[in-house]
Design a protein around this ligand. Structure first.
Ligand code: ADP
Ligand code: MG
Length: 324
């Protein structure tokens, strides 16, 4: 199977939103009047971002999901994407499963594959997504203001637990492991929530490297600080059913470390003025995505983690010695 057969068989599909898809030197997109293009790239490298033996259909899902998550964080609606692929060999079973996982998520979000590049080499997947957002309405990191509430969507930390379990460092109860593994391998980008938060949130980011690290990007961009209530945050771990099992399996500090610094969550962290509380709730309902207020923005720079008694929490949540 040659390069062009491979593209035609596994990746070429008719487009409806793009003016021109795969097959020419460029694809053509026509953003609607009054819309701006939102563009983002993410690369997945074997050994660094996924295990060599990962199910190729979940890999296709995740490669696109991490990109859609960036569009979500800007409040953009997905439009199209390109796929640059380095493959060690043209393995038909692998390609069929990979493209199945990829297109299932693409179809869910009306996002069309419009081009790319294919080459032989160590497995490497680079996707660029294109979305559209009404002029001036993109959610930026720099918009957070002192007094704003700090929110996160969904649950945090379970992807990291699945990773630690796959590495053999911990054991999760079977039901929890199955759910956590889906969080790690097939995250759901919060596209609907990002769009619903246009004009409501003052700033947003997607959580790919852990809450503390990614919230830090908002704080630096907006030149503000934040206070986070760890007694609320610790319960964001999804756990087996509703977090209660998590309390019995891991001690408080381990759960908090997963929530604050787990990574691979692909939830949104965002800020909104207190006056927008009802609008945030309405956005969460519309997007069918729960959100939790975990603290607030302050003018003094830095991130302050507080416990239930209002005392500063110390501890290095970037490290995972907590499972030792
Ligand atoms: P060029 O030589 O102009 O870079 P190619 O021969 O690499 O073009 O690709 C031919 C067509 O197939 C182009 O439209 C390109 O965008 C598309 N394409 C190549 N690889 C992929 C891929 N992995 N997924 C989707 N489209 C691809
Ligand atoms: Mg080329």
């Amino acid at each position: 199977m040659g390069e062009f057969d491979l593209i035609a068989r596994y990746f070429q599909r008719p487009t409806s939103r793009a003016v021109l898809g795969i097959g020419d030197d460029c694809a053509l997109l026509q953003p609607a009047t009054g819309m701006q293009l939102a563009i983002s790239s993410d690369m997945l490298v074997e050994g660094r971002h996924f295990f060599a033996d990962v199910d190729p259909s979940t890999l296709g899902h995740k490669a696109l999901a991490v990109n859609l998550s960036d569009l979500a964080a800007c409040g953009a609606q997905p439009l199209a994407f390109t796929l640059a692929l380095a493959l060690p060999r043209a393995d038909e079973a692998w390609l069929a499963a990979f493209s199945r996982g990829l297109f299932a998520l693409a179809d869910e979000h009306g996002c069309e594959l419009v081009g790319g590049d294919t080459t032989q080499g160590p497995l490497n997947i680079c996707i660029t997504v294109f979305g559209e957002v009404p002029h001036g309405q993109a959610l930026l990191r720099s918009g957070a203001r002192a007094g704003d509430d700090v929110y996160v969507s969904g649950t945090l930390g379970d992807a990291r637990l699945a990773l630690e379990a796959l590495r053999g460092n911990i054991t999760l109860p079977p039901g929890w492991m199955a759910a956590a593994r889906i969080r790690l391998e097939q995250p759901s980008p919060r596209v609907a929530l990002g769009m619903a938060l246009r004009g409501v949130a003052s700033a947003a980011i997607d959580i790919s490297d852990g809450l503390i690290g990614d919230l830090g990007h908002i704080l630096r961009a907006a030149q503000v600080g934040a206070r986070i209530d760890t007694a609320i945050a610790v319960d964001l771990l999804a756990g087996d059913v509703d977090g209660r099992v998590a309390q019995g399996v891991f001690h408080h500090e381990a759960r908090l470390a997963c929530v604050l610094a787990g990574g691979d969550d692909y939830e949104l962290a965002f800020t909104a003025p207190v006056s927008a509380r009802a609008a945030v709730e309405a956005a969460a309902l519309e997007a069918r995505t729960p959100v939790t207020c975990i603290g607030n923005i302050e003018s003094a720079p830095g991130l302050r983690l507080m416990d239930a008694a209002g005392q500063r929490v110390s501890g290095n949540f970037a490290s995972f010695d907590h499972f030792a």
